[in-house]
Design a binder for this molecule. Structure first.
Ligand SMILES: [Zn+2]
Ligand SMILES: [Zn+2]
Length: 769
């Protein structure tokens, strides 16, 4: 039976070798027809035996090229035209333009095989790549994606490379960064004074230096890494000292998956992620082993691991005695990642012993992406290399909307047609270097994406630096979005939830409409608007930011505010060396001097962490909360669920449901003084939050049965594996449909995406703009 169909494929299907793939597939199944790119993706016309068409369609999804990502395949029956062959035809210009910006990808198996083949002319060549792998976004100056518009333009192809480039049957056909030892970039080793080290093989020399305990800067795809032997305590300690990074976990790179399995438990999903073309850092549960230095992730049960993703990385792992390397972004505290050859020596003087450098220029730095698998779902801690700027599909036109994100973990997001582009991770917008970097990357992506600057979307916080940045652009409107509504909308947006839902937002900090710091919120609404249903009782932060850096202050203030003199005495017993400062804190609270009111999950965790004596002063963002969470039982044992929660109260204050944990705080203080273990306290504390939140939601739904029993969870505290898993389980058990952020970080890195979703919804429903 002759069958004829038209197939429309959308997703990442252009610039990834999709048409040659379809062409070959049609030949395999003996089908006639055509394939072409159009503005929406790829369009295929097929004619042949019904069962062959069926087989073709199955293979189309399961055997698609490595770098492609299919969003939809729509098959429509059509009239046979009795075609006699299968051809690739010219692109169609109609339809809404779907923009493709290629992403950077880990080296593929085929290239690795060639690199390890002594007979190949690219044997041990650290820049081998093809259409299915290699750098893209980081080296493209402008679109269209063509060699003269990349940093490869300074390397004219040799005849061998040229032949592969031009041959339509070759896997390097139109691979723009193609290169070989004759014509391409090369690696050089420099000493700490930036003098060239003369050696036959700079990479092998670097391996020797690493084994001796040296610290190297190594240039990768998106910038420089600081690198040392991850098993060498002394080297790791030196790196920490020089980088002034005493405790924050360091990411490592392991030579092979087997090496990863030696040091951490790796699930099937985690394996796939580690080996994916995006090659992110995956946070894994550490095994008890002496292989890794204890200095890698002190006090943590987890370790962030990635596999080698550039050919150069693979060549660093040729010595079996050196299977683990620290690979941490080479940036100075608070500054953007280093990526230019000339700035490297200036900034890294005194930090590194040698530089393993190369002359393929990086135009757009991207940090490594970081994720974990928790509650069975992907949880992005940082969405950058490999994922940026891959668009997220929108439900309706988002052109002209540009969202600027927040102050921490800043990203921007640009809308065009039905595509939403989240920019790379920039960092905290606290200094002029980072702000300049933010604007540089924004200008660049704005030029590529080419969307009108109609609506700027910013956080409602009056003090965020993005307010100044927006002034440098010519927008018709500036729209403000409340911080936690943006978090909520981000989760609604990626799951295409169009109706109303609850948003449980557990977060560090966000500006609330009442001028206080919000961050423990139950919201109800949709992508356009929300109502605040419940929140954490406010407590003072005397000295503001100082309380965040020094959680013991926050803890003492909480005890004083909630329990008066009794609380102050408890604080003095717990923080016995801080008695005079505690008196000052009390006066600041009483006179409301330099004191803001906050009700956030992050600060609640900080306070409990300090009371338990886990972290008095945070040396990195979120340290106190993260380390407290490490004490909670995990993997979760059934016994944790049966714990009697600490006492808590839910009360109505100003027609708002309020979570009151005063009695819990006091009990935790008393338990600590009695010497109760941090594991027991932390686990019971976590479980108390889970019960309180579940109870509040059930109560709200009983009071107002018309409310939808759909819930989205977001905010930075949902990186906490215990909260993630337990809140999902408890709400599911009570008939709620629960969504977690999976494509976009639940932390402030996902804020700009959420802001854009809100702006799009408001524009559509004309509630604003
Ligand atoms: Zn390749
Ligand atoms: Zn060549």
């Amino acid at each position: 039976m002759l069958r004829a169909v038209e197939v429309a494929v959308t997703g990442r299907v252009q610039g990834v070798g999709f048409r040659p793939f379809v062409y070959n597939l049609a030949h395999i199944w003996g089908l006639n027809g055509t394939v072409q790119n159009n503005m929406d993706g790829v369009k295929i016309r097929l004619e042949g035996e019904g069962k062959d068409v069926q087989s073709f369609l199955a293979d189309l999804k399961s055997k698609a090229p490595r770098l492609s990502k299919i969003d939809t395949v729509v098959v429509k029956e059509s009239k046979p035209q009795h075609l006699s062959n299968f051809t690739i035809i010219e692109s169609e210009r109609g339809g809404k333009s779907m923009l493709v910006i290629p992403i950077d990808s880990a080296v593929c198996e085929d290239c690795l095989r060639e690199m390890n083949d002594p007979n190949d002319f690219r044997y041990q060549y650290p820049f081998i790549n093809c259409t299915q792998c290699g750098p893209r976004y980081t080296l493209i100056e402008e679109l269209p994606y063509d060699r003269p518009y990349t940093t490869m333009k300074r390397f004219p192809m040799c005849p061998d490379c040229q032949r592969e480039y031009e041959d339509p049957t070759n896997r390097r056909h139109h691979a723009q960064p193609i290169a070989c030892p004759k014509c391409g970039p090369h690696v050089e080793l420099f000493n700490r004074k930036a003098e060239l080290v003369h050696t036959e093989n700079p990479i092998q020399e670097a391996v020797k230096l690493l084994k001796k305990g040296n610290i190297l800067a190594v240039k990768g795809i998106g910038g420089y890494h600081l690198c040392c032997d991850a098993s060498n305590d002394q080297a790791v300690a030196t790196l920490r000292k020089r980088k002034k990074r005493p405790l924050k976990p360091l990411a490592i790179m392991a030579g092979t998956l087997t090496d990863v399995q030696q040091i951490a438990a790796v699930s099937e999903t985690e394996q796939l992620l580690l080996k994916s073309p995006e090659a992110p850092i995956v946070i894994l549960r550490k095994k008890e082993t002496r292989t890794l230095s204890n200095g890698i992730a002190p006090g943590m049960k987890t370790v962030g691991v990635m596999l080698p993703y550039t050919p150069l990385h693979h060549l660093l792992f040729t010595d079996p005695e050196l299977p683990y390397l620290v690979m941490t972004s080479a940036n100075l505290s608070g500054l953007p990642m280093l990526y230019r050859n000339q700035e490297m020596v200036m900034y890294l003087d005194g930090i590194v012993d040698y530089y393993l450098d190369h002359n393929r220029e990086i135009l757009h730095p991207v940090d490594d992406s970081v994720l974990q698998v928790a509650a069975g779902k992907i949880d992005f801690l940082r969405r950058s290399r490999g994922y940026v700027p891959d668009p997220i599909p929108a439900d309706y036109d988002v052109s002209g909307l540009i969202a600027f994100g927040g102050q921490q973990k800043a990203t921007f997001t640009i809308g065009r047609n039905k595509q939403i582009f989240i920019g790379p991770h920039i960092g905290d917008l606290e200094n002029i270097e980072t702000i300049a970097h933010y604007k540089h990357e924004l200008d660049h992506l704005l030029k590529w994406i080419d969307t009108p600057t109609q609506v700027a979307v910013i956080d409602a916080h009056p003090g965020y630096n993005v307010r100044q940045i927006v002034k440098d652009y010519d927008f018709d409107t500036v729209m403000e979005v409340q911080h936690h509504h943006a978090h909520m909308a981000a989760c609604l947006g990626e799951h295409h939830v169009s109706g109303k839902a609850f948003g449980i937002i557990l977060d560090g900090t966000g500006y609330g409409f009442d001028g206080n710091v919000w961050g423990f919120e139950v919201l109800y609404g949709d992508t356009a608007s929300f109502k605040r249903m419940a929140h954490l009782h406010y407590t003072p932060l005397p000295g503001g930011e100082k309380c965040i850096r020094e959680p013991w202050r926050n803890a003492a203030a909480m005890l004083i505010d909630l329990h008066g003199e009794e609380g102050k005495n408890l604080a003095k017993r717990i923080f016995s060396e801080k008695a005079s400062e505690i008196e000052i804190l009390q006066r600041m609270i009483e006179t409301n001097m330099n004191t803001i009111q906050a009700g956030t999950c992050g600060r609640l965790f900080d306070a409990v962490s300090a009371i338990c004596g886990i972290t008095m002063i945070s040396s990195y963002d979120g340290e106190a909360a993260i380390r407290l969470a490490e004490f909670a039982n995990e993997p979760l044992e059934q016994s944790a669920y049966d714990l009697e929660p600490y006492p808590y109260e839910l009360s109505m204050e100003n027609s708002l449901l309020t979570f009151d944990f005063s009695r819990m705080i006091k009990e935790i203080a008393l338990e600590t003084l009695r010497g109760k273990s941090s594991v027991a306290i932390s686990t019971r504390f976590h479980e108390t939050l889970v019960r309180a939140i579940t109870t509040a939601l059930v109560w709200l739904c009983e009071e107002q049965p018309q409310l939808e029993k759909t819930v989205v969870l977001s905010g930075g505290s949902f990186h906490n594996r215990f909260l993630r898993k337990r809140i999902v389980d408890e709400l599911n058990a009570r008939g709620f449909k629960v969504f977690l952020p999976e494509k976009v970080p639940c932390n402030d890195g996902g804020l700009s995406y959420g802001q854009l979703v809100v702006a799009a919804a408001r524009r559509r429903t004309s509630k604003c703009v």
